[in-house]
Design a protein around this ligand. Sequence first.
Ligand code: KIV
Length: 295
Amino acid sequence: MDSVAPGRDDHKGGTTSSSPTDQGARKPVTVRDFLAMKRAGERIAVLTCYDFLFAELLSGSAIDAVLVGDSLGQVVLGYRTTIPVSVDEMIHHTAAVRRGLAGPLLIVDMPFLSYQVSDQDALRNAGRLVKESGAEAVKLEGGDPWALSRIRSIVGAGIPVMGHLGLTPQSVHRLGGYRVTGRERDEADLLLEQAVNLQEAGCFSLVLEMVPAGLAGRISRALDVPTIGIGAGSACDGQVLVLPDMLGLNPSFQPRFLRQFAELGAAARDGIADYAASVKDGTYPSEGESYPDAD
Ligand code: KIV
């Protein structure tokens, strides 16, 4: 008798049926490692991720940290901005990444209005995000005095916080668009001051997004904690990119800073076209791709 139909666990190759910890011996990266890497001058490589399959791929790589960014809203959920993203959506996707990820530090973004209202609200939501998703740290945007207060209360409860300055997409309407921040002298001085304040409030690292390269270098040299740049030049202590963008899955998005390290969008389109044509002309499935009847 033919065996039962294969389930997802019968796939060739991959590691879907194993636990993330089965997948090789990479020592888990911690926030202390981030500081040690900065001290040693070792650059930190970070990518975003939103699902289990890519989390498995990242587990076997030299990536140091994975961020489930609220860019989730735009690149996976199809929202126009990151503003509609909810805590529940962040938890749902981060838990999926957690199930596939072993090795890199797992950081989750706090979405809009999950930390802006009060310290208590921010702590409760940060707690939910780490408890219910398995993330090891949270990230939040901004460097105003209210943000420092949120960071102190979250760090005080034992949850590491990554800061985020420069272009802070949750404030896109106040900023008047997705633009480089810190070109003007007073904006640059403010960014440097806020970066130092974020470090003092307890951030273990901070993202600098779309900041002029010279300013990002000045900020990086002024801090003991590592800066992770996106569109902020090569003097940052590390870099982060949005995974679908750097893999070429979102080819219409081409900001100056983005390098496409693969062309998966074109490969996927070709594969889908080939499949559709093969179904329609009857060449798929072949005999070898079908189960024989009993004799
Ligand atoms: O949401 C995100 O993906 C981010 C990165 C771009 C840093 O915040």
